[in-house]
Design a protein around this ligand. Sequence first.
Ligand code: ATP
Ligand code: MG
Length: 383
Amino acid sequence: GQQTWEEALLVIKTLRKTGITAYIVGGAVRDRLMNRAPSDMDIAAAATTEELSVVFPNAVKPSEKFGTLLVKSGNSIVEVTPFREGAKTIEEDLKQRDFTCNAMAADARGAVIDPFNGQKDIRKKVLRTPESAERAFFLDPLRVIRAFRFSAVLGFSLDPEAERAAEAAAAGLSHTAVERIRDEITKLLEGKKRLSALENMRELRLFSYFPEAVRTGSPFFHHPTLVQFPAGAKVSWAALLYALYGRKSLDMLNGWRFSNQARKQCRWLLERVDVSASPDTWRQWLYYFGPKQVSDLEKLKQWKYFTYRGRTCAEWKKTWEALPIHSRQELALPPKSIASMPAYEGTAKIGQVIAFLEQAVVNEKVENSEHKLLAYLEEMYDE
Ligand code: ATP
Ligand code: MG
């Protein structure tokens, strides 16, 4: 926290030497005032992207959209962005931000600029828009989702005017890019108060603006174990998808435009949540996918089935450590030896044989020693 803050101030001082005024803005200022670790450092500068590029010729330009530059300072990456559209002063920039707690800035000396009483709203734990709430949510309906994201993460509540305006503007979410909604939900799901945030969103019928609107009466409404809504990026998404779409959740992975990796991990969990697997199958999963993923599956099952009692993450880790092997490299019979066995010579099945041995060793059907494995294979071949 402290270090990144200082590194951001260095960027501001560098800019000031060239006559450009700049400020730390947004979440970093809020988090500092709340004694929270910042997730990233944003700087707003009174300059165009071109002018900023002259000062930081090595900066990375991630996308054209807001003209943001990624500037390396010490060990931190600081996002430097020109003032928001039409803003000539920092106050005008801050006015266009979503909530008063995010509409504060810090100058080169660290002094806080707070034209909309963000500090007071932080003390009151309330989300309020700097200007007319109606206009703010209408201009960018994503702010509706952001409001619930911050309520989940910071434990704040919407002030009554903001809540009314959010409800009225929610329909605009059907025109908001699903990726933007997805990224806010991902952060929401990491919040301590994610459950009540989701409940409040449900009350406002916000889920009907999610990909492929859900019927009322979706499992989410009745799920008795909602109270334990699981934590963790993958497993909480899997739970949410299940809660929203029930048995169609697998089909909805595309609708939310997840990355291939996120899609794969969610799919893995959703495909197994209803399977009552044998101890051998659990060991296979543990061997191939590791204790973290397996305990995510346990969490999801526990959430879905009230009475289900799985093993804890620590127990799975112990079981994993006690597995006779952890990868095929640890098999005591190397692929070379298999290939030189008369029975398998010249066959294209070495991969299958190895997989077969891995399974047998993991499930303790055979000891992982060269002669035992050889004997096991020969016996199999004879049958
Ligand atoms: P985090 O701690 O997750 O980074 P953050 O408050 O920094 O939260 P970001 O999404 O990183 O949020 O955005 C940085 C800042 O940009 C916000 O604090 C806010 O001032 C402003 N902002 C971001 N998105 C919007 C938006 N849709 N409408 C208005 N202001 C926004
Ligand atoms: Mg941020």
